[in-house]
Design a protein. Structure first.
Ligand SMILES: Cc1cc2nc3c(=O)[nH]c(=O)nc-3n(C[C@H](O)[C@H](O)[C@H](O)COP(=O)(O)O)c2cc1C
Length: 417
């Protein structure tokens, strides 16, 4: 679907990154999108309405009770006009008020009367972002079908580093354009749609495995677990019962998710296979070690005893995805990951075939912003040779939702939903 001629209301609230909204505006208007800007009073302390007026060719709305410019009553008229409401940056204040339905200024009144999709780009200090109040309200808004982009993790205004940084304006604009192009709708349909996983039990594996060498050493890989945890979180918010089989990570269990902690590949295999009969979907996001040490030393290996060289003999670990693929029922959906450094799509297609999977998520771990440890990812969703979706760089949480959308589509096509 075309985005040219579509209408976006861009809400700008009072954060230090308000100036970056100018770039979001520019990127949208470049694509032929009509943009009107509404600012909170606090936002005008950071950027003048004049800047947005000149770039949007429209009056910038700030005051609730000013004379309407033109025939539209501002809060209702603008929301009727809009195909999408983007709030970037969204302060902690805006997000928390929105989750409570507070309409105490023009931007908040628009948010409450909005019937089109809403995209929020949070930006705030890490302490505000990780505050359980903010987290609970973000979860509530997501569950209600509000879309989020970011935040990113990186340097913040107070020169500390952490989550809360506004997503890249390019990513915000791309997400907005995608939503416009998809013709997404909100409200009643989205409220029902977001509980679209309500009757499913989804098992997600995440993180690395630790393969012991001796009581103090192990072999590990670079997986942080972030992708799998984002999938578990998204699935729970969309109403699924979620079991997260997790290798060792530093991440807290997402709300409403049952976490099963394991260390090694063999333990992960046992945990997955024991639960397999009761689940509808298996999403294998863990980076399972391909090999383990043949004989784990009962004692710490001493360098004095081993000399200058030490040879460890490794044996193949179970291939969990293949084992699941072999025994899964036709009513079970299997999603595998292909983290590759070359021949991305071919490797994903091979995995899809060999593991009898329904969807392979392929990412090139050498690409900037994709792969281990970061909060973003850039993936291909490979359903088959003729059905490959290439997604732009986006937050792992957004990737998680796209994967789950793919699962829903597959199950609907198979008559399972
Ligand atoms: C210099 C400065 C920078 C600020 N940056 C942010 C920010 O990035 N995110 C945020 O949530 N609040 C930030 N605040 C606090 C908000 O401006 C404050 O909560 C305000 O009430 C938000 O109003 P609004 O949500 O109506 O725009 C900042 C305040 C100051 C003084």
């Amino acid at each position: 679907m075309q985005v040219k001629g579509k209408n976006v209301v861009l809400g700008v609230s009072g954060g230090i990154s308000a100036y970056k909204a100018v770039e979001v505006l520019r990127r949208l208007t470049e694509k032929g999108v009509n943009v009107r800007v509404v600012m909170t009073k606090a936002a005008t302390e950071f950027v003048t309405p004049l800047t947005f007026r000149e770039l949007s060719y429209h009056h910038v709305a700030v005051e609730m009770f000013e004379e309407p410019k033109g025939p539209m009553m501002q809060h209702l008229g603008w929301m009727e006009w809009a195909d999408l409401f983007v709030i970037a940056p969204a302060t902690a204040n805006v997000i928390n008020k929105m989750a409570c339905g507070i309409a105490d200024n023009l931007l908040m009144t628009m948010a409450l009367s909005c019937t089109c999709p809403i995209l929020i780009a949070p930006a705030m200090d890490s302490d505000m972002y990780t505050n359980p109040i903010t987290q609970a309200n973000i979860a509530k808004l997501k569950q209600l079908g509000v879309h989020f982009v970011g935040p990113a993790t990186g340097p913040l205004a107070r020169r500390n580093v952490g989550p809360g940084r506004l997503a890249d304006p390019k990513e915000i604009a791309e997400r907005a354009l995608e939503l416009l192009a998809s013709g997404a709708t909100w409200r009643r349909s989205a409220l029902e749609g977001r509980a679209d996983l309500k009757h499913l039990h989804i098992l997600v594996t995440a993180g690395p495995t630790h393969e012991a060498i001796d009581p103090v050493r192990y072999i590990v890989n670079r997986s942080s677990g972030k992708m799998g945890y984002a999938i578990a979180e998204a699935a729970a918010e969309r109403g699924a019962r979620v079991t997260l089989v997790s290798g060792p990570t530093a991440l807290p269990a997402p709300r409403g998710v049952e976490r099963v902690d394991v260390e090694s590949a063999v333990q992960m295999r046992d945990a997955v296979m024991a639960r397999l009969p009761g689940v509808d979907v298996v999403i294998k996001a863990a980076a399972v070690a391909d090999y383990r040490v043949r004989e784990i030393s009962a004692e710490k290996i001493k360098k004095e005893a081993s000399g200058d060289e030490l040879t460890l003999q490794l044996v193949r670990n179970p291939d969990i995805a293949a084992e699941v693929g072999k025994v899964k029922r036709p009513d079970q959906t299997l999603v595998v990951f292909a983290a590759e450094t070359s021949d991305l799509v071919e490797q994903a297609l091979r995995k899809l075939r060999e593991k009898k999977a329904d969807l392979a998520v392929a990412n090139d771990v050498t690409e900037e912003g994709a792969g281990f440890g970061v909060d973003t990812n850039k993936v291909h969703l490979v359903f088959g040779p003729d059905r490959i979706e290439q997604l732009p760089l986006m937050s792992k949480r957004d990737v998680a939702d796209r994967i789950l959308d793919g699962v829903v589509r597959l199950r609907k096509e198979a008559g399972l939903m």
